[in-house]
Design a protein around this ligand. Structure first.
Ligand SMILES: C[S@@+](CC[C@H](N)C(=O)[O-])C[C@H]1O[C@@H](n2cnc3c(N)ncnc32)[C@H](O)[C@@H]1O
Length: 265
């Protein structure tokens, strides 16, 4: 099984792990390997808990693609000894993907730390249990509260942030996008050059979606703006080019649910 996973990984590495590459950087090589190992370990944990994890029609294929997009996005400007992760919307439910568990594995391997926040105390409690089980040596704390307030008040200086709190709703998308923007504004000035922010749950122009409402009814809708989702305003902000942040990665030409990934210049 492990062998199979490694084969998949070989197929998506777009930067060769080869000391002869021009611009080779020891720190970058180390981090790239850490990201790949963490992906391998994270998917093994998920596979042990979710029966149809490898079924392409289960939502987990999209989550795996998102991990790969992040691995392919990092470059030598992401140059930190210790990775300090901050996640809004804790990883507490296997069905949501536990992307934070992947990030936590990266922090763990660098002797870094991970901090997270969620408005739901139940979610925080579940998250603490999951991280204790899978990453017992990680310095992990989870706080209960509104993410915008937490980000404004915390002293943490993260270098890898995952914004994944207020859920996107296709038929009422602006509250989620506004929340994402407010989270970004609360933390971005404190982050160092080279740091990365990942924003979950976005779709590009032209994507058709079948939306399942809370009552179980289904409705089809399409995206008619350049990018809609939790990161809609952040995307608008960074593509103008006159900001301290830039869009990174080559995963935007798709109709999948994507994570917007930005890096401080
Ligand atoms: C999609 S889930 C997070 C998924 C998780 N990041 C993962 O990868 O598995 C969204 C979480 O955001 C939380 N949330 C919603 N509004 C929030 C707010 N204003 N502040 C903090 N957390 C919030 C919800 O309670 C929920 O647990």
């Amino acid at each position: 099984m492990i062998h199979g996973i490694n084969k998949v990984m070989e197929n998506f590495i777009s930067v060769p792990l080869n000391h002869n590459v021009i611009g080779y950087n020891e720190s970058f090589d180390r981090l790239k390997k850490i990201f790949l190992q963490s992906y391998d370990e994270y998917t093994s944990k998920m596979r042990n808990h979710i029966i149809d994890y490898d079924n392409e029609l289960s939502g987990h294929e999209v989550r795996r693609k998102q991990c790969k997009s992040l691995i392919n996005s990092i470059d030598k400007n992401f140059n930190f000894d210790k990775i300090i992760v901050l996640e809004t919307g804790v990883s507490s439910n296997y069905n949501d993907g536990l992307f934070g568990l992947f990030l936590g594995g990266i922090a763990n391997k660098t002797n870094g730390k991970m901090v997270s926040v969620d408005i739901s105390s139940d979610a925080v409690e579940n998250s603490l249990k999951i991280f204790k089980e899978f990453l017992p040596n990680l310095n992990y704390t989870a706080h209960v509260g509104d993410s915008r307030k937490f980000l404004k008040e915390t002293d943490e200086v993260p270098n890898l942030v995952h914004l994944d709190s207020y859920d996107f709703n296709l038929f009422d998308p602006l509250p989620s996008a506004l929340h994402g923007w407010e989270e970004f504004k609360a933390i971005e000035s404190r982050m160092e050059k080279g740091s990365i922010i990942i924003i979950d749950d976005n779709y590009r122009n032209g994507t058709w979606l079948e939306w399942i409402h809370p009552d179980g009814s289904r409705e089809v809708g399409d995206i008619r703006v350049p990018m809609l989702g939790k990161g809609a305003h952040i995307y608008q902000h960074v593509i103008n080019n006159n900001t301290e942040w830039e869009l990174i990665g080559n995963h935007y030409e798709t109709n999948d649910n994507i994570k917007i990934i930005i890096q401080k210049k």
